[in-house]
Design a protein. Structure first.
Length: 170
């Protein structure tokens, strides 16, 4: 695992790696704190949760499983610390900009969370799909619970901040 002294073979292997290179490996462990460890040819690299998917996930097991072969991009090679962080999402297009094309269109989705300032509604009809915020000011005193289905319109997609603002569908 990362953080220990490297032997000569591991050091040589690390020196052969380059940022941006695509590697294939096998998931060998999903740590309790969420980091996924991947064997990339006799060396253990890691994938932090934000690098597993563009979409929000609850746990790495939503995307990977021990024993599964994955392909990822090398984000960095830290020879001093013996670490090679990887990214699966770097090899996939970000689906959030696609939602910008749906601004103004009605979407019906489940309420996933109720907060004091509004409700979150899933705007993609897939598990772990993106959610948008329907502000409380849009709801005019409506009583809404998690699981209820609402028709909303996407008002704004902020790709940089990863936020979607909604309005009640009319």
């Amino acid at each position: 695992m990362p953080g220990r002294a490297l032997d000569g073979r591991e050091l040589e292997f690390l020196r052969s790696l380059r940022r941006g290179r695509v590697v294939t490996g096998t998931v060998i462990e999903i740590a309790p704190f969420g980091v996924t460890f991947v064997d990339i040819g006799g060396f253990t690299a890691m994938i932090n949760i934000p690098e597993l998917s563009w979409r929000p996930i609850g746990h790495p097991s939503d995307v990977v499983a021990v024993g599964r072969r994955i392909t990822a991009e090398i984000l960095d090679v830290d020879i001093e610390r013996g670490r090679v962080p990887l990214s699966i999402k770097a090899l996939q297009p970000d689906p959030l900009p696609e939602l910008r094309r749906r601004v103004g269109q009605p979407i019906t989705g489940p309420v996933t969370k109720v907060a004091p300032f509004g409700v979150f509604v899933r705007v993609e009809d897939i598990e772990h799909g993106f959610e948008g915020l329907l502000p409380g000011s849009e709801m005019a005193g409506m009583a809404v619970e998690a699981g209820d289905r609402l028709t909303v319109n996407i008002v704004h997609v902020d790709v940089t901040r990863r936020r979607i603002r909604l309005a009640l569908g009319r």
